[in-house]
Design a protein around this ligand. Structure first.
Ligand code: GDP
Ligand code: MG
Length: 440
């Protein structure tokens, strides 16, 4: 039988209130051993509060507490749950938890959510989204995670899965009745079904690739000649003086990395050493890192004070916004097509630059109201599903037997089932849930 588990679900440290959650078949009876009036707890209806005193097992009163009672299956974990709200003194919480641990086990990270998943309260994609929501750094990332918790993605995948089964069923019928003189299945119909599955899965995958940026942050690299004003712009975006700004070229030798939110989207901004030849050793190393960061970035802001500092970025130019910096010093300037001008000093052009960044990245505001695959594990599974579907379509085109097509369709289904956790190995579950915080 499964143990009752407990853990503090509020952050450690002093607070007005701390909450300890207990979950398991016997949780109500086990907490009642510590609680007066015990009978009130034992008789409590689900979703009610019970007020009383919490005692250690040897009868010493520890605190006045408020218990929230949730009965299976109407609880977070799907088991009987008691949440103990006590006073938020860390020492006191330890003593309450210590008493409970005489009959219960301390929950592992993510174990409450793991139980919720195992008890069918949510599919695996929803369970993972719980952690995404807790760790989301910006409002857009929160919205995407919440959509997933609410099950939008799960329902969408379920519908793909049932279309896949339908197509597979047709193949299997064709295999089973191959030796009988029945009309063979409609090949064109099967191709149509597979094509429609491909376009659906492909849209989900492509949007997902794009939206991963919502989770992980868009990487923007500031580049340009030394002294172009990169560190100043870096500080302006972060709204504090993180990077050293100096009139001496070559001050920023290593790179700096900071995150901030741009209209709710997470951005990881890199301030780099300026690109110039003939640098000292350390600076040269900085420059080679700059090149690397420019390659990896989703977007490059290339700053220049003077047009003579513009360099040909070749293949990188497609992900580059050219910014003429220190515009306050160049009131008469005529900008090349597509370039922006800004001044950190007067703040002129900074809003337009932010807007240009958002436009360029085509961050999908509206996509948030549709199911999104933002999790790397899910994206990889979706890719496996797509590959299997391509292979099925190829098999039909090659005139391969239906057993080959059925095999590919089966592989496509199990890739989607991996996302939902229809069947999942203990290893996978451990890997996923160990990334959670204790108490979730
Ligand atoms: N007038 C003016 N000076 C600026 C502006 N931005 C940066 N500077 C100055 O240009 C110099 C180099 O700036 P910095 O940000 O360190 O450039 P970096 O080498 O590209 O990081 C410093 O003296 C800054 O004060 C601006 O918008 N207007
Ligand atoms: Mg600098």
């Amino acid at each position: 039988m499964k143990h009752c588990i407990c853990a503090q679900i509020t952050p450690p440290g002093q607070a007005a209130i701390a909450v300890i959650r207990c979950s398991g078949k016997d949780s109500i009876a086990l907490v009642a051993r510590h609680f007066r009036p015990a009978r009130k707890l034992l008789n409590a209806a689900s979703h009610t509060l019970v007020w009383g005193t919490f005692y250690s097992l040897d009868g010493i009163p520890l605190d006045e507490v408020l218990l929230s009672v949730f009965k299976a299956p109407q609880s977070y974990t799907g088991e009987d749950v008691v949440e103990i709200s006590c006073h938020g003194n860390p020492d006191l919480c330890d003593r309450i938890l210590g008493s409970l641990l005489q009959n219960m086990k301390l929950a592992n990270p993510g174990e409450f959510t793991l139980r919720a998943y195992l008890n069918g309260k949510m599919d695996l994609s929803q369970a993972e989204a719980v952690n995404d929501l807790i760790t989301a750094a910006t409002s857009k990332a929160e919205a995407a995670a919440l959509m997933q918790i609410k099950g939008y993605l799960g329902r969408h995948l379920q519908s793909l899965l049932s279309q896949l089964s339908e197509a597979r069923l047709r193949c299997e019928l064709a295999i089973d009745f191959a030796d009988q003189d029945l009309p063979s299945i409609d090949g064109q119909d099967l191709v149509n079904r597979i094509n429609s599955l491909i376009s659906d899965a492909d849209a989900l995958y492509c949007e997902g690739q794009h939206s991963r940026k919502i989770r992980e942050g868009v990487r923007i690299c500031l580049a340009g000649a030394p002294n172009a004003g990169k560190s100043s712009l870096f500080n302006a975006f972060l709204k504090h003086n993180r990077a050293i700004v100096s009139p001496h070229p070559g001050t920023t030798r290593d790179y700096l990395e900071e995150s901030f939110s741009l209209s709710g989207f997470p951005i990881v901004l890199y301030d780099t050493a300026g690109l110039r030849e003939a640098a000292q050793e350390i600076e040269a190393e900085g420059i080679s890192r700059t090149r690397h960061l420019m390659l990896e970035a989703d977007l490059i802001l290339y700053l220049y004070e003077d047009e003579k500092d513009l360099v040909d970025l070749q293949e990188l130019s497609s992900k580059c916004i050219y910014v003429s910096s220190k515009a306050d010093l160049k009131p008469e300037q005529i900008l090349p097509e597509g370039h922006l001008a800004c001044s950190v000093k007067t703040e002129h052009g900074l809003d337009a630059l932010s807007e240009a960044i958002l436009n360029r990245l085509k961050l999908p505001q509206e996509v948030l109201y549709r199911p999104l695959v933002t999790n790397a594990r899910h994206l990889a599974a979706l890719k496996r599903c797509l590959d299997a579907l391509f292979s099925a379509r190829q098999a039909i085109e090659n005139g391969a037997g239906y057993e080959f097509i059925a095999f590919d369709l089966k592989a496509a289904s199990s890739a989607l089932e991996d996302i939902l956790g229809v069947i999942s190995s203990d290893d996978l579950l451990n890997q996923i849930f160990s990334g959670f915080c204790i108490g979730k």
